[in-house]
Design a protein around this ligand. Structure first.
Ligand code: IDP
Ligand code: MG
Length: 162
């Protein structure tokens, strides 16, 4: 069953995904990108950033009351973070599935955290947890002109768009 362009376009979403300093330092960039790429999602923005501590505090503002907040923000500013925006139908929710549960000791095998991380404080990757957060995080990390718009030839095969 083919879906038409309009129906497809209306279901497109974008999410913010970041490989944290532990994932970058452990050489897991290509492994992680390939999981999103092979799934059929489309990369629309990417850059390597060393965030300041105050930038990290903005990113994790909803966790400021938690006991691990200070350590978490220090950690994010330790080294390069690979910031990305991925696009696709259902990418916000499904991106979280690819990533796995917050605590890698509880993440299912087959997920990024389940396969590649061991403890919650070093769980290698971040993904937006909903449409509002995705919008806010993309705006925090990227300027509008850093987000690309392009048609990828594989889209008609991934989505069955006519
Ligand atoms: P998420 O990354 O799966 O969305 P959040 O609850 O939003 O999980 O927490 C953000 C990050 O804070 C986690 O990815 C993890 O790095 C860190 N974190 C969460 N809970 C703990 C904890 O209990 N101890 C230490 N770090 C934690
Ligand atoms: Mg979160």
């Amino acid at each position: 069953m083919l879906q038409d362009q309009e129906a497809h376009a209306s279901q497109m979403e974008r999410t913010f995904i970041a490989i944290k300093p532990d994932g970058v330092q452990r050489g897991l960039i290509s492994e992680i990108i390939s999981r999103f790429e092979r799934k059929g999602f489309k990369l629309v923005a990417i850059k390597l950033v060393v965030p300041s501590k105050s930038f990290a505090q903005k990113h994790y503002h909803d966790l400021k009351e938690r006991p691990f907040f200070n350590g978490l923000c220090n950690f994010l500013s330790f080294g390069p973070v690979l910031a990305m925006v991925w696009e696709g139908e259902g990418v916000i929710r499904y991106g979280r599935k690819l990533i796995g549960a917050t605590d890698p000791s509880k993440s299912e095998p087959g997920t990024i955290r389940g396969d590649l991380a061991v403890v919650v404080g070093r769980n290698i990757i971040h993904g937006s947890d909903g449409p509002e957060t995705a919008k806010d995080e993309i705006n925090l990390w990227f300027k509008p002109d850093e987000l690309t718009n392009y048609t990828c030839n594989q889209e008609k095969w991934v989505y069955g768009v006519n």
